[in-house]
Structures are given as structure tokens and as C-alpha cells.
Design a protein around this ligand. Structure first.
Ligand SMILES: NC(=O)c1ccc[n+]([C@@H]2O[C@H](COP(=O)([O-])OP(=O)(O)OC[C@H]3O[C@@H](n4cnc5c(N)ncnc54)[C@H](O)[C@@H]3O)[C@@H](O)[C@H]2O)c1
Length: 388
């Protein structure tokens, strides 16, 4: 993480343009394009990020997105976009089944690539993406944006400097409820061929990345269980379509160093909208990060006076906290969209250096290996070794 280091004060702003082509323009397209527009307003960067081209499949929808999101141009021809010399970065904000093909083509065209998560549909595809990135010499990144909330980055810093002692347990949940009703419509997120899995690839992917980031641990073996409660849903046109992905997926994990992990993701937990929470317990303390209170870190430490021990809340929006000084005065909190701005800022800072942006495709492959092993385990009913 670059911007947790001292701020690059005095860096010449706006020296060279960094022209970005973004593929896909719905939910993540909106989040990414906001980051493209904001990043130079708040971070001193050696490159001026330019939302140059938005690419989609339907000309009218692309034009509407171009105007709304502030891109110079819109287009429906990805190959033509990749052939252009004036595009430096390809940003992939499309469904999971497209990530591998777009990334391979972009790397072949010598573009830097930022890709949404999960990196691919399979470990085999993720390996191809890692190999292509290495061969190209370009910089690559995965949009695991939650790493870069100030409080999560602070948690990583605290764990790395030993504040909790040796880590013993990680428990993480990512709970949503938008598919709790059988009447919720079918979408590509219910189609295994397009997304690979349901809540698992969508939500557990973030938990796996966050665990690797916070604790610096690797997953060794997993044991999973999954369930699909609603087997058919109507699509937007009213056609009944099969659901062949999990609504809920939980797994146990054995992590490096004898650490125990429990992970749960669901889209059918009534009342839970976007409850992404991770608790890490060490020998001498614990901490909790929860997206729904994303600027706060709950911390417990035995090295505090015995009579006043207890979980306390650190608001990680002071100048001493990662990213915070780039925004507002101390305590002026930020939100979901800022995590994408931070991700982009760090990515831009690594472009002109030999530094590895994290998470890169190797990190994405590591996440994919855990996802795939847990899926195999859920089918076999046995523990499964994780092989990246
Ligand atoms: N980082 C996060 O927190 C986060 C959150 C949500 C989604 N995601 C990921 O982002 C990706 C996109 O999800 P979304 O929620 O934006 O989906 P979405 O359905 O809202 O948008 C997908 C976009 O891709 C376009 N598209 C679909 N197929 C295409 C193709 N073959 N070629 C070009 N464009 C195509 C669609 O027209 C649409 O503009 C997924 O991989 C998802 O897992 C990440």
C-alpha cells in the first residue's frame, strides 16, 4: 500500500495524462468512473487520470453513460479501443465471465489492467491472467476496494506491527438479503456460466482477500457447505430461469501458522444489507472491522489497565490514519466510494515504479484458489487442500 506512507507532498500534479478505457458502465462502472474523476482532486499524483473512453455493448446506453460519467468518448468496439495508442489503462467493470478474455486482450495490447473481482471464473483462467501479466510487464490490479478503507488499512498496520500478538483466529461474514424473497428477479448473478458461483464468489472473495491482506496469512485447506433455497426465478422479461449458484455459502479454513478461520456469505439473511464484518483475534488482543461502520475499528488489548479493559472504538479518520489526510480535517468521515478512489490512487502511484500493486493478479489467483477449493469441498463433503 503506497498511500499509507507519508503523503507525496509537492509532487507535480498533472504532468502526464493517464488515459483510461473502462469496459462496463453499470454499478461498478459508476463507482470506478467516480474514482477516475476524483482521484487527482484529492491525491497528488504524477499522472493526470483521464476518463477517456467507456466501452459497452449498446450504443445508446454507452452514450448515456458517457455523458453521465464524464468520459470523452463512448464505443462498442473493444478491439478498436485496445488498438488505440492513446489508451494506457483498461478498467474491467463487467460480469465475471468476461474478465479473463478482456484482460488477456488488453495485456496483449500492452495496456495496464485493473480488473473487478473475482478475478476469473476458474483457477485455470486466473493462472492464464497471471502469466499474461508477467509476460506483458504491465501493471495489474484487482478492485478489492475494502482493503483501502482507512480503518481496514489501519487494522493491517496494527496487526503487522504486532499489536495483537500472534494471530489465532479469523471470523468473517458478508451478509446481504436482496435474494431473500423468491420474487426477487433472476440476473446474471444467478447464472453459474456467467458468475462461477453465487454469494461465494461475490462476497467470500472479499473476505478471503481481506484476510490475506490483514493478517498476511495463506489458506491451506478448506471445508465448505452451500445451499440454494430458490431454484428458479423470473428474469426481467418474466421468463422463469434456473438458479444454479449458491444463495449462501460457509466454510471453515485452516490458515498458515495454525490459524483457524470461519467464513460465511449469504444473499438471503433478512435485514442484512451489506454486512461485511471481520474479527481477528490474536494472543494479546482483537480487532473488528465492519463495512457498515467503515470508519471505525473496534480494538481490545490486554496491555491496557485491567480495570478499564474492553473493546474501544477508534475512528480512523485522523491525519495519522491511512488515506485520511487526503480528504478532510480530522474526524470528517468518508464512505464506500472513497475506497475506490484510494485503490486507484495507489495503482497510479505504482505505475512509474518497480513496486508491485496489491492486490494484483497473483493475489486474485490466490483468492480464486480458495473459492474453487471450497466449492469442491462443498460438493465432496470433504476437506480440500488449497492449490494456487
Ligand atoms: N468491488 C466490489 O465491491 C464490487 C461490487 C459489485 C460488483 N463487483 C464486480 O464488478 C463486476 C461487475 O459487476 P456490476 O455490479 O457492475 O454488474 P452490473 O450488471 O451492474 O454491470 C455490468 C456491466 O457490464 C456490461 N457488460 C456485460 N457483459 C458485457 C460484455 N460481454 N462486454 C461488455 N460489457 C458487458 C453491462 O452492460 C453493464 O454495463 C463483477 O465482476 C462483480 O463481481 C465488485
Amino acid at each position: 500500500m503506497v498511500t499509507s506512507q507519508p503523503k507525496a507532498q509537492g509532487t507535480a500534479v498533472g504532468t502526464r495524462p493517464l488515459r483510461v478505457a473502462m469496459v462496463g458502465h453499470a454499478f461498478m462502472g459508476r463507482a470506478h468512473s467516480n474514482a477516475l474523476r476524483q482521484v487527482n482532486r484529492f491525491f497528488d499524483l504524477p499522472r493526470d487520470v483521464v476518463p477517456a473512453l467507456v466501452v459497452g455493448r449498446d450504443a445508446a446506453r454507452v452514450e448515456a453513460a458517457r455523458r453521465k460519467f464524464g468520459f470523452e468518448e463512448g464505443g462498442t468496439d473493444l478491439a478498436a479501443a485496445l488498438a488505440r495508442d492513446d489508451i494506457d489503462v483498461v478498467d474491467i467493470a463487467t460480469p465475471n465471465d468476461t474478465h479473463c478474455g478482456i484482460a488477456l486482450a488488453a495485456l496483449k495490447a500492452k495496456k495496464h489492467v485493473l480488473c473487478e473481482k473475482p478475478l476469473a471464473l476458474s483457477v485455470a483462467d486466473a493462472r492464464k491472467m497471471v502469466a499474461a501479466a508477467k509476460k506483458s510487464g504491465r501493471h495489474v490490479g484487482v478492485w478489492h476496494n475494502y482493503r483501502r478503507s482507512p480503518a481496514a488499512s489501519l487494522a493491517q498496520r496494527m496487526i503487522a506491527r504486532g499489536d495483537l500478538g500472534a494471530i489465532r483466529q479469523v471470523r468473517a461474514v458478508y451478509l446481504q438479503d436482496w435474494l431473500a424473497s423468491a420474487d426477487s428477479p433472476w440476473s446474471w448473478r444467478n447464472d453459474r456460466a456467467v458468475c462461477g458461483s453465487g454469494a461465494h464468489g461475490d462476497l467470500n472473495a472479499h473476505l478471503i482477500d481481506m484476510t490475506r491482506f490483514l493478517c498476511g496469512l495463506e489458506f491451506e485447506a478448506v471445508c465448505g457447505i452451500e445451499q440454494t433455497y430458490t431454484k428458479k426465478r423470473k428474469d426481467a422479461a418474466g421468463k422463469l430461469r434456473p438458479v444454479d449458484v449458491d444463495d449462501a455459502f460457509a466454510f471453515l479454513a485452516r490458515l498458515s501458522g495454525g490459524v483457524i478461520g470461519t467464513f460465511e456469505s449469504t444473499r438471503v439473511a433478512p435485514g442484512r444489507k451489506n454486512h461485511n464484518r471481520i474479527e481477528v483475534s490474536g494472543e494479546r488482543g482483537s480487532l473488528v472491522w465492519n463495512l457498515e461502520r467503515m470508519n471505525e475499528l473496534e480494538v481490545f488489548r490486554y496491555d491496557e489497565p485491567r480495570d478499564s479493559q474492553g473493546f474501544r472504538t477508534v475512528i480512523a479518520m485522523d491525519g495519522v490514519h491511512p488515506y485520511a489526510a487526503h480528504w478532510w480535517p480530522d474526524g470528517h468521515i468518508i464512505g464506500y466510494e472513497h475506497t475506490f478512489v484510494h485503490t486507484l490512487a495507489d495503482f497510479v502511484l505504482t505505475l512509474d515504479s518497480a513496486q508491485r500493486f496489491r492486490p494484483d493478479f497473483e493475489d486474485g489467483l490466490a483468492v480464486q484458489a480458495v473459492l474453487e477449493a471450497a466449492q469442491k469441498s462443498a460438493i465432496s463433503g470433504r476437506w480440500q487442500a488449497v492449490k494456487g
